[in-house]
Write a protein that binds this ligand. Structure first.
Ligand code: AMP
Length: 526
């Protein structure tokens, strides 16, 4: 087992990692960080969600010098990824004060030029815009020590090969080149063959894994309403003792706080707690004083509790092995257990990889609607009231009510008592889903505008396939498709629309860069 301390990172970088709440390196990081620190070229096979960004971000920041010229260049296929990677670099470089800048098309070039003039050490950009700056002379790569090709397969799919080659030619020959890709088609191999020097290959260990006999389900959730979805899932299950997994220590603290605020009995466990604190939390969990234990992978490793009825992956595990470890916390001693994984549209491919490699059978479930949850809660209260009547001993309360019945309708009295007793639990709740408004769609559907059409050789079949693969929704959810020369309208069933929107609003179809927006009603084409 590796720890971040094993890499002997400088104090300031280690401090950032601690603050980000990472407890231990993910498998891709454990393998990659020493190689990158040593200066070798590396090829990493990794999906989003595995921690690949920090796998190159940590060593690049560690090796950065105070000189104010571009030392590392990261190329990404999309602007969204550039922004995300830049955000991760900013966190890693916070105490070392490494200056990073994302540069991508669509943002004012003047702003980027001014920022570059101030001296930037790490540039994260999309190939087109990076090339643009090189041609204008506003970006100089002559001092670059490391180049990262992130999601190389995607970049090549999008037709960026020539741009990438032109950019690489502007960097010193003795540079370090890192390439990350989920897949390795021949074009990616050719690129690495031509531009990399004896790269070391990093694939995360894929031993055969045996998954304990546990029912496994997953829920597709939206990033922006993940907490709400978790609560609904918990409310719809008979959770007696559940462990909820988060990726970071910080994530644990935040989730515990949010759950307590919503009235759940929970507590958290992570590596920053002292042994005494840990023991206290574990005692509460064993004594059933709390029903939900929120934990990081590391913290949960040491615990041994029977009777865990549910394991919930609030954050998807970073690799198949950790999935197997996590879910093995339930279903012990021949008891039944349920493993639940929440997956956001962006993580869907990682879930599929976990499913493949663990040979797991995960059934998809729908997050219960507010009505379902409300009905279950209402039924719970009705049962409790009936039980209270049957178990008697109400005389004391009758005396407290006094002659209130003379002046008020008994039903009103019962309703008021229920309102007070339920303390807000039964109030109307509002949904936090996307509201696409009127998109001019057929009833029950949401109509989207997609900025590619016939000229990008898009066919209805491509569209349906991409939508179902990327967003994990069935092809039947896709309705009417109108393809024009330069754009397309596509209708998606209302329930699936938010997933399709989160997964596809910035992606690619057939290599073409795609932007997807809810359509406006006046653009109706019929
Ligand atoms: P990535 O695969 O780079 O997109 O990372 C996915 C998420 O995992 C990001 O939110 C990272 O901040 C987080 N992450 C990366 N490394 C670790 C780690 N060692 N422990 C916990 N979380 C991590």
């Amino acid at each position: 087992m590796t720890s971040f301390e094993d890499f002997s990172l400088s104090r300031r970088v280690q401090q950032s990692i601690d603050e980000m709440g990472f407890e231990e390196p993910s498998p891709i990081q454990a393998a990659c960080i020493p190689i990158v620190l040593s200066g070798s070229d590396a090829i990493g096979q990794a999906q989003t969600g595995t921690g690949k960004t920090a796998a190159f971000g940590i060593p690049i920041v560690e090796r950065a010098t105070p000189d104010k010229h571009v030392q590392a260049l990261v190329l990404t296929p999309t602007r969204e990824l550039a922004i995300q990677v830049a955000g991760e670099f900013r966190k890693i470089g916070k105490y070392k004060r490494v200056r990073t800048l994302p540069i991508y098309g669509g943002q004012s070039i003047g702003h980027q030029i001014r920022a570059l003039q101030q001296g930037v050490q790490v540039v994260i950009g999309t190939p087109g815009r990076v090339l643009d700056h090189l041609r204008r002379g506003t970006l100089k790569l002559s001092h670059v020590k490391t180049v990262v090709l992130d999601e190389a397969d995607e970049m090549l799919d999008m037709g960026f090969i020539e741009d990438i080659e032109s950019i690489l030619k502007e960097t010193p020959d003795e540079r370090q080149t890192l390439l990350f890709s989920a897949t390795f088609p021949s074009e990616v191999k050719r690129l690495s063959g031509r531009y990399m020097k004896s790269p070391q290959h990093v694939t995360v260990n894929r031993g055969e894994m045996t998954v304990p006999l546990i029912d496994q389900v997953y829920y597709k959730v939206l990033e922006r309403s993940k907490l709400d979805s978790l609560c609904r899932v918990v409310d719809s299950e008979e959770v007696q003792l559940g462990i909820i997994f988060c990726r970071t220590k910080r994530g644990v603290d935040e989730l515990v706080e949010a759950l307590l605020a919503r009235g759940y009995l929970g507590d958290g466990l992570h590596g920053d707690l002292s042994q005494a604190q840990r023991d206290r939390v574990m005692k509460k969990f064993r004594d059933n004083d709390i029903e939900l234990l929120v934990a990081t992978d590391v913290a949960a490793r040491g615990i041994d509790v029977e009777n865990v009825t549910h394991v919930i992956n609030y954050d998807i595990p970073q690799d198949p092995e950790s999935y197997v470890h996590r879910i093995g916390r339930t279903g012990r001693a021949g008891k039944r257990g349920l493993a639940i994984t929440l997956v956001t549209p962006r993580e869907f491919k990682l879930l599929k990889q976990i499913e493949r490699e663990t040979h797991a059978k995960m059934m998809v479930r729908e997050v219960p609607s507010l009505e379902d949850v409300a009905e279950r809660q209402a039924e719970g209260w009705r049962n409790r009231i009936v039980e209270a009547i049957q178990s008697g001993g109400l005389g004391h309360y009758r005396a407290i009510l006094g002659n209130i019945i003379d002046d008020h309708d008994p039903i009103d009295v019962a309703c008021a008592a229920l309102k007070l007793a339920s303390a807000g639990e039964l109030e109307n709740q509002s949904d936090v889903d996307y509201d696409f408004g009127d998109t001019g769609a057929t009833p029950g559907m949401v109509r989207f505008f997609v900025n590619v059409g016939r000229s990008a050789r898009i066919s209805p079949a491509d569209l349906v396939r991409t939508i179902s693969e990327e967003a994990g929704v069935p092809g039947q959810s896709v309705g009417k498709i109108d393809i024009f020369d330069r754009f397309t309208f596509v209708e998606i069933e209302q329930e699936s629309a938010p997933f399709v929107y989160e997964a596809l609003r910035q992606s690619r179809i057939n290599g073409a860069r795609v932007n997807m927006e809810p359509a406006k009603p006046r653009t109706r084409t019929r």
